[in-house]
Write a protein that binds this ligand. Structure first.
Ligand code: ZN
Length: 308
């Protein structure tokens, strides 16, 4: 591979044989700058993926290959500023109150919780309201500072591996829409296993490419975004969890809550006509701030550390 792209083996089984699931145009152009990558890599980026997606011949893991070099991607995330994401604070905190209830349904005790890819700390805020001792890691300097300053949560800037937490330290680790953004999900899961207490809980939320909606929409499924490097199914993610020392307890659909105005905005890359119509309609009737609850292929997987 050239300057900006790298080829990767399967992260689950190490295999190098795959089928192309969706063709892409490889933008490995030496004149392309890091600046050009930056617009693709921020938490709420809705840039549609144009890279190639492959499926491992051996284990069925679906992933982007080749992909932009991971160090460049992390650099983009660390510099990301995302006003749009934080503008959805109210809906996101409400969604995360459901998230912390889910955690409490499965966790034996209330103690230390670590949110990986904490963004602006909305989940940690909901956890703090419920008397959890909160910790977060987040590569974006702007997002982590925003959370620490405006929400009074405890976010370390950087990746999980960089944070170097002690062994057997947390009761719960959460990853909300994060694992599919990482360059080495197996390494991230192993690190989560190391920092969890034995019997500790891991909650992962991810867009499920095995969902009937994903099959129906194919290449036009809304989660096929430049920011998503991996496309898990409950099966492939369960295999990864087993290999990294976890036992899967439950797989369940995840409901989200956002404003109508934001959902209309997310429609823009797919249909300009529909966007223009709905946006006008939204403004006319002043319904941009209405909260909408919906299911859109997001899935939760709940696992327990059994070894490590
Ligand atoms: Zn594989």
């Amino acid at each position: 591979m050239g300057l900006l792209y790298e080829g990767v083996p399967c992260n689950l089984c190490g295999g190098t044989l795959y089928k192309v699931l969706y063709e892409g145009n490889i933008k490995d152009d030496p004149s392309m700058s890091l600046e050009a990558l930056k617009k693709d890599y921020s938490a709420s980026s809705n840039i549609i993926l144009t890279d190639r997606i492959v499926k491992c011949d051996f284990c069925g893991l679906v992933f982007v290959n080749p992909r932009p070099k991971i160090n460049n991607i992390i650099e983009c995330y660390s510099q990301a500023v995302d006003e749009l994401y934080v503008s959805q604070a109210e809906g996101r905190i409400k969604t995360f109150r459901k998230g912390i209830s889910l955690v409490e349904k499965y966790s034996k005790q209330k103690g230390r919780v670590l949110d990986v890819g904490a963004a602006a700390g909305f989940f940690l805020k909901a956890a703090q309201e419920n008397k959890w001792e909160t910790y977060g890691v987040e590569p974006s300097k702007w997002m982590s500072e925003y959370g620490n300053r405006t929400l009074g949560v405890n976010i370390k800037q950087g990746t999980l591996e960089e944070a170097k937490f002690p062994d057997n330290y947390f009761d719960v680790v959460t990853m909300w829409d994060v694992l599919e953004h990482t360059g080495d999900p197996m390494a991230t899961l192993r690190e989560a296993n190391r920092v969890l207490k034995k019997g500790g809980l891991l909650v992962v939320n991810f867009p499920n490419i095995g969902d009937p909606l994903a099959r129906l929409f194919g290449r036009r499924w809304w989660f096929i975004l430049a920011v998503h490097l991996y496309y898990f199914t409950p099966n492939t993610l369960s295999e990864m969890l087993k290999k990294s020392g976890f036992e899967v307890k439950a797989v369940r659909p995840h409901f989200q809550r956002l404003t109508f105005g934001y959902l209309v905005y997310r429609l823009k890359p797919y249909s300009k006509t529909l966007f223009t119509f709905l946006n006008g309609f939204t403004q006319l009737f002043k319904i941009g701030d209405f909260q909408v609850i919906y299911y859109a292929s997001q899935t939760n997987i709940i696992a327990v550390k059994f070894k490590g």
